[in-house]
Every structure is written in C-alpha cells, then in structure tokens.
Design a protein around this ligand. Structure first.
Ligand SMILES: NC(=O)c1ccccc1
Length: 505
C-alpha cells in the first residue's frame, strides 16, 4: 500500500487550518515536497515490527450469561496458563479489561472497542503467566476507565456484592467485585484518579496503587501517560504482596519504569510494623462530603494500631486540597490528547504502540462516538476546549505544579512512614436509575476522588485497606508512602488486617 499524495485542495485546507496563506504556486510546490517523506511511509508499510507475542497458545474463552455473572463483573471468562511454576501457582487472576490478553476480546468498557481482539499480551499478563498464574478472565470496567462509580460500562452496570443496589466503584469495578464475591483472590486494576482504590474501598478488598513507574503499563489502554498506573486488587495483604512481586519492575518498553526500584514485598509480610509512625492527614477528613461515620471507622483503626505499637500524630498538608485541581488540569487535556485524539496510544514517547488497538479505537470513534458514556463525552469536549481556546496553558501549569504537590507530601513523609486518611469520604453510592438525568449520571461518576486523585499526580504509592462497615457497606483506610516504599505500606496493611475483624464491624 502507498500513502496517497494529498490533493492541492487538501494542502490548501491543511494550511488554512493553521492560518497559512499560500499562493497557487506554493501549494503546488508543497505537494512536490510531500513526496520525499511519503516515500518513507510507503516503505514502513513493507517492514515488519516486533510484537509482544503471547507466551502460550490458548482458547478464547466465552462471555458468561447473566446467571453466571450476578454482579456484571466479568466481561469475558478464560482459563489460560502456561505450565510455568512460580509464586502464583494455583492462583486465579482477573485482568481489568483495559489490559490486552492475546486472543481474548477486549472492550475497555466502551462501545468504541466492541469486537476488538488484541494479538498481544500486556507485559503484566506475560509476567503473571510466567509466574504460574491462571488468567481467569477479563474484568468489566468503566467506559474507557473514565468514572469512579460503576454505571458507565457499555456491557451493563457492575454491582457491589455487599449490596447490589450500590456501586462497586470504578473504574476497576469488575476487578473489585470479582475479588469481593470470591470468584478470584487476585485481580489487576488501573488507577488514574482512584480507579484501583475506589472500587477496592467500596467492595472491601485490598487495593494498591503502586508508585508511578513501578509497574509497566505496556500493552494497556491508557488515559494519560503521566497519571497511568497498574496495580493489584486482592482478598488479602499477602496476595497483594505476591502479585506486586510478579508485576513490579523495569520493562524496556515502558520509559516510566526506567527508575523503578522494587522491594522485597514477601519479606515485608513477616516484618512487624511496630515502631513505624503514621501521620493522620487532617485535610483528608474534612471534606464537605465527608461522612462522620466513615471518619470514625478510620480513627478507630488508627487507635487500634496505636495499641499495636504504631504511633500516630495529626499532620496538615494544605496542598492536599489543591491536589484535585492540579489533577483536573493534568488529566482532562492529557486524556483528550492520548486516549481520544491519540486513539488510545498517543505519541512522543519511546515505547510499545499497540497498532491494532489504535486502529480499533479509531474505527469505533468514526462509527460509534455517540454510544460512549456521558463522562467520556465530557472529557472529549472539555479537554479539547481547554486545548483549543486556552492553547494548553493550564495543562502545562498543572504539570509544573505537580512538583509542589509532591514536595508537600514528601515533607510530611520525612517525619512519618505513611500518611493515613479515608480512601473515599463516604461509602458506595446507589447506582443511578437508567433514566437518571445526564448531570446526575456525570456527578455520581465523578464525585468521590477528593482523597485519591492527588496521589496519581504526585506518584506516591497508596494502599486502601478494609477497616470496617457503615450500614453494611465497607470502609477503606488509605495508607500513602514514600516513592517506591510499597514494602512499608504492606507492613502497615498487614498490621491493620491483623488488628481486628473488619468484616463484622
Ligand atoms: N481512571 C480513574 O482513575 C478515574 C477515577 C475517577 C474519575 C475519572 C477517572
């Protein structure tokens, strides 16, 4: 195939879009000047790139019927393993549906990708298979991962196993609901604003957003390069440590992981947390939407840790309240550029670009854009508005403010081994009815990330640990640590897990 030479009219139009005034002679000259570069594109069509070849042959599995999928948490069921032996022997793992598993359909919660079957395994999938794990299927998620509740998945709402009228949380809602309902002990999630921690907190499971750059996202659908994270969501702290051990570490395809510093997460399980110090983040408890009953559960857990020899003290980080504003500046234009206009791939960084995924999304955007969720429509328009009418200045400023936000937490973490706060200021919200007004659909999807999203921008590891219930719905306590000190968070999470029976109170 050859890339077609643009017509004179096309060149005139392209120039006009940038305010170029071109004479007829110039337009003809530029048409000639296109020829050299286009020769390269012709040759690119003939060359064969490397692929992330799957390590094991497999059957594609199947889409479960409703009776086999009571919470709508599975997108697809599989049974993939290689015969390799390792720390995941005998473990079933669900993979969030924004992560490619070769030969298995993938929608990323969106009509835009319906029908897509990737030919590649994400790096984390290969690592799981190499460690003896079994891929049990794809966990349903929110439309292009852009919602913190669980009502925007194109395949249908995802329900909270603790109360099916309530949200499982999002965007990794299927992952959390599958772990909470005992289908699998482990799942992979993704987090750009809270999407591992929100559903983990609301479903009562252990969810760790690792330090930015610890776990490669190669072969996954992104939202935006500078806030994308992948991490474990599990039924126990031990399973979090196990899965993190397998997925963490440098991957030559992902420049984010160049500085990845892994720890001994399995050893941390046996290393007592006694003597560690925690800072109770005042700003994390005082949002207008904070539920006093949720604050109370978190405070009770902190008191129980005190009895176990883990001292705590209040600490104030005023920047925490500006974190969500910095996050908005970064993610809205970031998502519009990379996820939407970049067709889920973007450009400008060295890395692996899943061409098939990009083409599938581009086709979907050309044919089914009206079938996306209201949250995706909002991001598309808002990101483009800020780019077109404010020429990217707010995104750039927010990227620079990231440094101050990170420093503010780093300063507090000089004195403390972890900061602690409620993961989400309130328990799982009711799923809005199908006929809910557009503004309700959007608000319910984007109203809970006050404590979570700052750490997607600052990059700190953040671990949500179940710590009680309010009206039968789980409450999560969030531990935030120094960059690449996940092992410390695992020690503290283990102490909380051991301190009480959170499931019955
Ligand atoms: N993907 C996310 O983490 C997310 C969370 C909340 C709102 C939007 C996005």
């Amino acid at each position: 195939m050859a890339v077609r030479l643009p017509t004179l009219e096309q060149i005139e139009g392209l120039g006009a879009d940038f305010g170029l005034v071109l004479t007829t002679d110039e337009i003809a000259a530029f048409q000639q000047a296109f020829k050299g570069p286009l020769t390269s594109y012709g040759r690119l069509d003939e060359l064969v790139p490397p692929t992330l070849a799957p390590v094991a042959p497999r059957s594609p599995g199947y889409r479960p019927v409703a009776s086999e999928n009571p919470y709508g948490a599975w997108y697809w069921k599989t049974n993939i393993r290689t015969g390799a032996e390792g720390v995941l022997n005998g473990k079933k793992i669900a993979i969030k549906d924004n992560i490619c598993v070769a030969g298995v359909p993938m929608m990323n919660g969106s009509a835009l990708l319906e029908g897509y079957v990737p030919e590649l395994d994400a790096t984390v999938v290969t690592r799981i298979l190499d460690a003896g794990g079994t891929i049990a299927g794809k966990a349903a998620c929110e439309d292009l991962c852009f919602s913190g509740a669980s009502h925007t998945c194109a395949g249908g709402v995802i329900r909270n196993p603790h109360n099916p009228a309530h949200s499982a949380g999002g965007s990794s809602g299927g992952s959390a609901a599958l772990v909470a309902s005992g289908e699998v002990p482990m799942a992979l999630g993704g987090d750009q604003g809270g999407s591992i921690r929100t559903p983990s907190s609301w479903c009562g499971v252990y969810g760790l957003k690792p330090t930015w750059g610890l776990v490669p996202t190669t072969g996954s659908m992104p939202i935006s390069y500078s806030v994308d994270h992948c991490g474990p969501m599990c039924a126990s702290v031990e399973d979090v440590a196990r899965l993190l051990t397998v997925i963490a570490g440098h991957d030559g395809w992902d420049t984010r992981t160049i500085a990845a510093r892994t720890g001994d997460y399995m050893a941390a399980l046996g290393n007592p947390a006694k003597g560690l110090r925690i800072g109770v983040l005042r700003e994390g408890f005082g949002h207008p939407e904070s539920d006093p009953a949720v604050n109370e559960k978190v405070q009770q857990t902190i008191a129980a840790l005190g009895k176990a020899g883990i001292a705590s003290e209040d600490v104030s980080v005023p920047w925490h309240l500006d974190g969500p504003h910095v996050w908005s500046g970064v993610i809205l234009e970031g998502a519009a550029e990379m996820m939407l206009k970049g067709y889920g791939v973007g450009n400008n960084v060295q890395g692996y670009y899943p061409v098939s995924m990009q083409e599938a999304l581009a086709r979907g955007m050309g044919t089914r854009i009206n079938d996306v969720s209201p949250t995706v429509k909002l991001v598309l328009m808002l990101g483009e508005y800020m780019h077109r009418y404010y020429h990217g200045r707010y995104h750039s400023k927010a990227q620079n403010l990231r440094l101050l936000l990170r420093r503010a937490y780093d300063d507090a973490l000089q004195k403390f081994d972890a900061l602690v706060m409620p993961t989400i200021p309130f328990t799982a919200t009711p799923i809005p009815p199908p006929d809910a007004p557009l503004n309700t659909v959007i608000d319910v999807a984007l109203n809970m990330q006050a404590n979570t999203c700052s750490f997607d921008v600052s990059g700190h590891p953040a671990f949500t640990v179940p710590c009680g219930r309010v009206n039968g719905l789980p409450v999560g306590l969030m531990l935030v640590g120094r960059h690449f000190e996940e092992a410390t968070l695992i020690r503290l999470a283990r102490a909380i897990e051991a301190a009480g029976d959170w499931k019955s109170n």
